[in-house]
Design a protein around this ligand. Sequence first.
Ligand SMILES: *[C@@H]1O[C@H](CO)[C@@H](O)[C@H](O)[C@H]1NC(C)=O
Ligand SMILES: *[C@@H]1O[C@H](CO)[C@@H](O)[C@H](O)[C@H]1NC(C)=O
Ligand SMILES: *[C@@H]1O[C@H](CO)[C@@H](O)[C@H](O)[C@H]1NC(C)=O
Length: 190
Amino acid sequence: MYIMNAVCFIVVVMVISCYGNKTNTQKGSYTLKLENANYEELRSMFMKIKGTGQGMGEHQEKFSAFAVSLTDPKTLGVGQIVKFNKVWTNINKDYHASTGVYTAPIAGVYQFSCSVMTVSSNTLRVSLWKNDTKTVSIFPGNTGHNMGTLNMVLELKKGDKVYIKQGGSDKYIYSESDSNFSMFSGYLIR
Ligand SMILES: *[C@@H]1O[C@H](CO)[C@@H](O)[C@H](O)[C@H]1NC(C)=O
Ligand SMILES: *[C@@H]1O[C@H](CO)[C@@H](O)[C@H](O)[C@H]1NC(C)=O
Ligand SMILES: *[C@@H]1O[C@H](CO)[C@@H](O)[C@H](O)[C@H]1NC(C)=O
């Protein structure tokens, strides 16, 4: 139904936005023009019809995404924020490698992921924090190297801080510069 409406709508708009212009040389011949402005409007309307509720013109300009990893194993301090030092992606520069903290640039819904590996036969416990609130944690086992992963969707206000922080007495995080076993990423969904 939406598609039918959209198609009809496009046809109508195209007919409206294509208008004849009598050329100087040939009486009675017409050139068709599709103005850019009309095209943008059309796209905007189309997005609305599709049910996104957001026209292209009003679409939020701001986007934010980051993905970072560790280059070396570390023995974390108690309650230390993990400073993932290798920055792969940092659109809008909201992740700060010097602190390990991601700051939400605008209010919205965000996705975060983290995978960590333990130092062989040692334990590690880390949590995803939102400001002063601990959300979800990973606590991989302690025989050999183990990996743990967390995924989270958070509704954030502008300025909220998100980071990975050590917890309990389990503090041995492993990574290698050529394999990047421990990482953290996030992005604004909308
Ligand atoms: C129609 O064509 C003439 C000559 O090329 C041009 O000067 C005029 O601006 C055009 N009119 C429209 C509405 O595009
Ligand atoms: C989170 O912390 C930031 C920085 O301290 C602050 O601006 C913001 O208001 C806090 N958000 C909540 C929900 O407490
Ligand atoms: C890990 O990151 C390094 C750069 O720090 C890169 O050279 C290497 O190819 C990466 N390894 C893998 C497995 O992606």
